[in-house]
Design a protein around this ligand. Structure first.
Ligand code: PMP
Length: 332
């Protein structure tokens, strides 16, 4: 007999993450707010799913040969997921990342055996941007594929085929709304499409951080960014292929302070240590719950672990330098 949660391959550890009822957010919204625990994936983030689907898609199309190389540009989490998937399947990983990302992500990528290429942070229009650099490197490397998570729709397919059905089942088919922020847009588009395929009345809301252009785009058709955010992995300025056709019904804009407030509350009151994109998602979920009204049931994504941000979000000196509030228990 095999236990029901025993898995026959390490790759099967990706997905099937728990869903948890969040007490404080539910009380604040006056309804049920559920968090999908994506930090429970082997690479500790939601991006393990996209990495696995992108690699399996490239294999199925015959683009990735045994012993081949996967090149990707990433804020970090996709690289971590990709390195683990590549190790399990015998591929080499080259990761191009902006040097502004957390030190923990860089150390983790090196520890996992990925070859790390750091580039200065630059706008997308600049040829030195990490996405363009990764494409060029892939073209120059024999036997390499460019994972291209932003415009490769195998990314959102991961969420259509795994995250959305899991949420639907875990909520017993009773869900009124879903919200999360967008990096590539794979999660919001894929979960949105997947949930709408079960019930088109589920409200899909984009939660955008400041400094991103999607809030304005979905509100009034104008891709225009305002303000800025220190959140890593989210905040998009264009309609990626993954975002094309995303069924967004409404949108919220959340500040770093609001997101950090939930990161602090979820840690100190509920024992969950999360990154800032999770806090921003929870703030958006509270807004969506209030919008949908008492008795509604809302789900969001808890994207990655806070252990990845000890030198930033959980470091008083870093927070003070950014003009952000320090968690009371860290303030000396
Ligand atoms: N949160 C974090 C911490 C991430 O790394 C990412 C991925 N860049 C996201 C959220 C957004 O996910 P997606 O790329 O599917 O939009």
């Amino acid at each position: 007999m095999t236990a029901p949660d025993a898995r026959s391959s390490t790759l099967d550890l990706i997905g099937n993450t728990p869903l948890v009822l969040l007490k404080g957010p539910s009380e604040a919204a006056g309804c049920e707010i559920w968090g999908k625990c994506e930090f429970a994936n082997p690479g500790a983030s939601v991006k393990d799913r996209a990495a696995l689907w992108i690699v399996r898609d490239a294999e199925a199309k015959g683009q990735l040969q045994p012993g081949g190389t996967i090149v990707e540009g990433t804020a970090g989490n996709t690289g971590i997921g990709m390195a683990l998937v590549a190790n399990a399947l015998g591929y080499r990983t080259v990761i191009v990342m902006p040097e502004t990302q957390s030190r923990e992500k860089m150390d983790t990528l090196r520890a996992l055996g990925a070859e790390l290429v750091l580039v200065p942070a630059a706008p997308f229009s600049n040829p030195g941007h990490f996405v363009h650099t990764s494409r060029r490197l892939a073209e120059e490397t024999q036997g390499a594929i460019w994972a291209n998570q932003f415009d490769n729709t195998a990314n959102r397919k991961a969420h259509i085929e795994s995250t959305a059905p899991e949420i639907w089942q875990q909520m017993g088919g009773r869900i009124d709304g879903f919200t999360c922020a967008a990096g590539t847009g794979g999660t919001i588009a894929g979960v949105g499409m997947g949930l709408k395929s079960y019930d088109e009345n589920v409200t899909i809301a984009l939660t955008d951080p400041h400094g991103a252009a999607l809030y304005n785009y979905y509100a009034n058709g104008e891709l225009k960014a305002e303000g800025s955010s220190v959140a890593e992995g989210i905040g998009q300025g264009r309609i990626t292929a993954n975002l094309e056709g995303a069924p967004i019904d409404t949108q919220f804009r959340i500040s770093d302070e609001e997101g950090l407030n939930w990161v602090g509350r979820l840690l100190s009151e509920e024992g969950l240590c999360l990154g800032l994109s999770s806090g921003i998602n929870v703030a958006g979920a509270v807004q969506l719950g209030r919008h949908l009204g008492p008795g509604s049931r809302v789900a969001t994504i808890l994207c990655d672990t806070g252990f990845r941000y000890l030198s930033s979000l959980y470091n008083p000196a870093w927070l003070e330098a950014k003009g952000l509030p320090v968690f009371p228990w860290l303030a000396q």
